[in-house]
Ligand binder design. Structure first.
Ligand SMILES: Cc1cc2nc3c(=O)[nH]c(=O)nc-3n(C[C@H](O)[C@H](O)[C@H](O)COP(=O)(O)OP(=O)(O)OC[C@H]3O[C@@H](n4cnc5c(N)ncnc54)[C@H](O)[C@@H]3O)c2cc1C
Length: 814
């Protein structure tokens, strides 16, 4: 065994496909002081027993792009490294066997078109021509992705390892990492059975062991091991070698050709955990015992589809454990708990498909300290408090596994592990027929049922069961007044002598206003992309209160913490649990508020964009005059223990004004009408405020430096490559959900980032970026003739740039 170096700039832990891919890409970037440590032999963890299907389509454009990158890489890898990969681009088929699934598949095809991925809709007969061994009696339609493919997983990983070595990366096998040294919150050394290795950065690619490896550095990697099985048959006469991969979600199964026979696996509705008490020692090149009883229902679903399976010899039933995550997406990025400690793990049985692209993205993230593009759907900072509990993670993950092939309904909520985090008003709102959704463990009222309605979500690709109820709440807010429990908001305090200077640096808008002022602002990365979108309330000279979305708690806290300038006298405190939030919104909000407080809430004393300390029902609280629904209103941030008293007072005073409990689904339709952007869909790290139409919220004209300023100045000097625009579709039979393709003058120019029904304006509303490399401005947007592709059909659409709803005029503006 060669001697291990005493130091390396970057140490990768784990030699499966993901670790090898990170090593390969770091090597190609010219970084050679890189050491990959594998506990046993390369690929001996999970990679060696994967089935090897490589599909590309996901619901996010950037993640689809990563998988597309894998395909392009696998196309050339064998020639580049001289190592066979078993890669073939034989295409992928997806079947639909009922009308709802057919809508889903057609919507997926539209999403694929939006993202520039070829996907063709086929008749059952056309699908059978591509896959003659299948029975299509129950098939309604199918889709074909010609650029999907399949690979030999171990060979792909070995080719990546070879490419890494060729570039100068060191790979050491039979070296287990046993711990880490952390100094001042930053990793500085890796401990192994064979000694200490000083390093600047660590990349944890330890597959299903990544949770344990992370724990050694105080980092939470919320994944668990689940059993996953597939059969490998003997040769079946007549199977062509170029047979596409096949996914049959209504029968929970997938297929690929392998040496003249078939591989067939599936996602059971009752998945089996594995290694609940920890992965046993010595688990490498190891499979689990084949569990025929558990596989039987999958087999029974497959037999009618592929009758040849009835007589084909079964060579093996492979049962391998794989790491799965609570939301079915993998985990990438620098851990918020430890600087310099990166994670690439939890690949949910698509690590071969994702390995190439995820390795590329993670290598760039490690090398440059930021991801090459917006990777929020897989960012490790999407997790939070609930994910610290592995039993909760397991419950939620089991559900995600079981739903792998079930219909992905618009607005579908997870059910496992609920209720967990609850506002003090949870029970009360439940009794008042609140129907709840969940975000980062928080229960949040989505809508409220009338006495005639059932308090359950009824999902649909048309108008869902809650459609009328949300319309009532929407109307209450527009016409009278609505009360929202938004306790789940993430809230932080930034305090200290240098708080103003520190926030001035990280906020794109001017926060140096007097105490009592609110600022809506973005926080930008060095590329000018929007990392956070939030409200900053100045409570005192040295005290700022930040309010951001529930799901962004970990992300935004981490962003602020890591970008506070060195050496400042500033403290960042998470206040989320200290305050409940009640939002009182609507034209009669002031009438209600004035009834419950002796403080002056008149417009003169308490104008828009201000915050004041007021008292309601024995509770001193912060009232923020702000809105996300486009109406007069206040967010009331109150001590958690006062939530009941304040809620009761508001409800009693509101009765004569027609107050209504309202939920998050109404917020969505209200904000669509008012043109407020949503971080994570309409805006994110890839979008600057300029392209998002938020230039008015940036202090470019002021002489204040801020993070991202140079990038914005440069962007402002040239034509913008895209601009966020709104679209309306009048036909009420059309349902916009997001990801519909935008056509301008017959040419594809983008896709909808978010969409829904506007109850006041009585039409469908969608937002999306209109792209043109030659430059896009308001005239360009407004002068085009537009269509949207919705589930494969083109419908006419009208563009708009100014908000549709004007609360002053009480009507549509355009
Ligand atoms: C039955 C089955 C079928 C599958 N089918 C497909 C498919 O068709 N398509 C697809 O895309 N994906 C599929 N997958 C998923 C795919 O196999 C995985 O997502 C992928 O292999 C994960 O790669 P990895 O590098 O993250 O993990 P691994 O391959 O497990 O690599 C992690 C490595 O880390 C090493 N390690 C652990 N701890 C330490 C330590 N302390 N020190 C040093 N090294 C350590 C381990 O020994 C291991 O080699 C399937 C999985 C299973 C189980």
């Amino acid at each position: 065994m060669a001697d291990l170096p005493g130091s390396a700039k970057i140490v990768i832990v784990g030699g499966g496909i993901v670790g090898c891919s990170v090593a390969y890409h770091l090597g190609r970037m010219g970084l050679t002081d890189v050491l990959l440590l594998e506990r046993k032999k390369l690929t001996s963890g999970t990679t060696f027993h994967a089935a090897g299907l490589v599909g590309q389509l996901r619901t996010s454009a950037n993640i689809t792009q990563l998988l597309g990158y894998s395909v392009a890489l696998y196309d050339r890898l064998e020639a580049e490294t001289g190592q066979a990969t078993g890669w073939k681009r034989n295409g992928g088929l997806r079947l639909a066997c009922n009308p709802d699934r057919w809508i889903e598949v057609r919507r997926q095809a539209t999403t694929a078109h939006s993202f520039g991925l070829e996907m063709h809709l086929l008749t059952p007969r056309e699908a059978q021509d591509l896959w003659p061994a299948m029975n299509v009696d129950d098939v309604v339609g199918a889709a074909f992705l010609p650029t999907d493919g399949q690979a030999n997983p171990s060979d792909i990983a070995m080719a990546l390892a070879r490419g890494a070595r060729m570039a100068g990366v060191t790979i050491a096998e039979d070296v287990a990492v046993t711990g880490f040294e952390i100094e001042h919150g930053r990793v500085c050394a890796v401990l192994t059975q064979r000694g200490r290795i000083a390093c600047d950065k660590v990349v944890n690619c330890a597959g299903q062991w990544a949770r344990e490896v992370g724990r050694q550095a105080g980092v939470n990697v919320p994944l668990v091991s689940m059993q996953h099985q597939y059969i490998v048959t003997e040769r079946i006469d007549g199977l062509p070698a170029n047979l596409p991969t096949l996914r049959d979600p209504d029968r929970l199964t997938y297929y690929k050709e392998e040496v003249g026979g078939l591989v067939m696996g599936g996602y059971e509705p009752d998945p089996l955990d594995w290694a609940v008490d920890g992965i046993p020692e010595g688990f490498h090149w190891t499979l689990l015992d084949a569990d025929w009883d558990h596989f039987q229902p999958i087999m029974e679903l497959a037999l009618p589809r592929v009758p040849a399976l009835q007589t084909a010899g079964i060579r093996q039933l492979i049962n391998g454990p794989e790491s799965f995550t609570p939301d079915g997406s993998f985990i990438l990025g620098e851990a918020p708990e430890c600087r310099g400690f990166y994670v690439g793990a939890g690949f949910n049985a698509y690590g071969i498909a994702a390995g190439g692209g995820a390795g590329m993205a993670l290598a760039e993230w490690v090398a440059r300290g930021e991801p090459p593009m917006d990777l929020w759907p897989v960012d490790i900072r999407r997790f939070g408090r609930p994910h610290a509990d592995v039993d909760w993670v397991r419950r939620r993950t089991r559900e995600a596994y079981a739903r792998h092939y079930t219909m992905a309904w618009p607005g579908e909520e997870a059910e496992a592990g609920r209720p967990l985090r609850r506002s003090p008003l949870y029970d009360k709102l439940k009794m008042r027929s609140g129907v709840f959704g969940e975000k980062l463990g928080w229960e949040r009222p989505n809508w409220f049922a009338s006495p005639l309605e059932e308090t359950i979500d009824t999902y649909s690709f048309g108008r869902p069961g809650w459609f009328e109820a949300v319309g009532r709440e929407h109307e209450a807010v527009r016409e009278r007044v609505g009360l929202f429990d938004q306790t789940s908001f993430a809230k932080f305090l930034v305090v200290g002598r240098d708080a103003e200077a520190a926030l001035s640096w990280i906020c794109a808008n001017d926060v140096t206003k007097p105490p009592g002022c609110l600022t809506y602002t973005q926080m930008l990365n060095a590329r000018g992309g929007i990392e956070c979108d939030l409200t900053v309330a100045r409570l005192a000279e040295d005290r700022f209160y930040i309010v951001t979305g529930t799901g962004f708690a970990t992300h935004d806290l981490d962003w602020i913490a890591r970008n506070l300038p060195e050496g400042v006298d500033t403290h960042l405190i998470d206040m989320t649990s200290a305050h409940a939030v009640l939002s009182l919104m609507g034209p009669r909000a002031r009438d209600v508020l004035a009834c419950v407080t002796r403080d002056d809430v008149s417009n003169g004393t308490f104008p828009f964009g201000q915050c004041r300390r007021i008292v309601i029902a024995g509770a001193p609280l912060w009232a923020l005059r702000v809105t996300y629904v486009g109406e007069l209103g206040w967010e009331l941030h109150l001590p958690t223990e006062s939530a009941h008293a304040v809620y009761a007072a508001l409800l009693a005073a509101g009765r004569e004004h027609g107050i209504a409990d309202c939920g998050y689904r109404a917020i969505e339709s209200l904000r669509l009408e008012k043109g407020y952007r949503a971080w994570g869909s309409d805006i994110g790290p890839d979008h600057s405020p300029l392209v998002a139409g938020l230039g008015w919220a940036v202090k470019l004209r002021k002489n204040q430096p801020f993070l991202g300023r140079e990038a914005l100045v440069a962007q402002a000097a040239a034509p913008l490559p895209r601009l966020l625009a709104g679209f309306t579709v009048d036909d009420p039979d059309v349902v916009l959900l997001g990801r519909e393709t935008i056509y301008r003058d017959g040419r594809r120019c983008g896709w909808l980032s978010s969409a829904g029904w506007g109850y006041s304006v009585k039409c469908n509303i969608g937002y999306g970026y209109v792209r043109d490399p030659a430059g896009v401005d308001a005239d360009y947007v407004m002068s085009g003739a537009y269509e949207l592709e919705v589930a494969g059909q083109r419908v006419p659409a009208k563009p708009f740039l100014k908000p549709l709803w004007d609360p002053e005029m009480r009507r549509i503006k355009v």
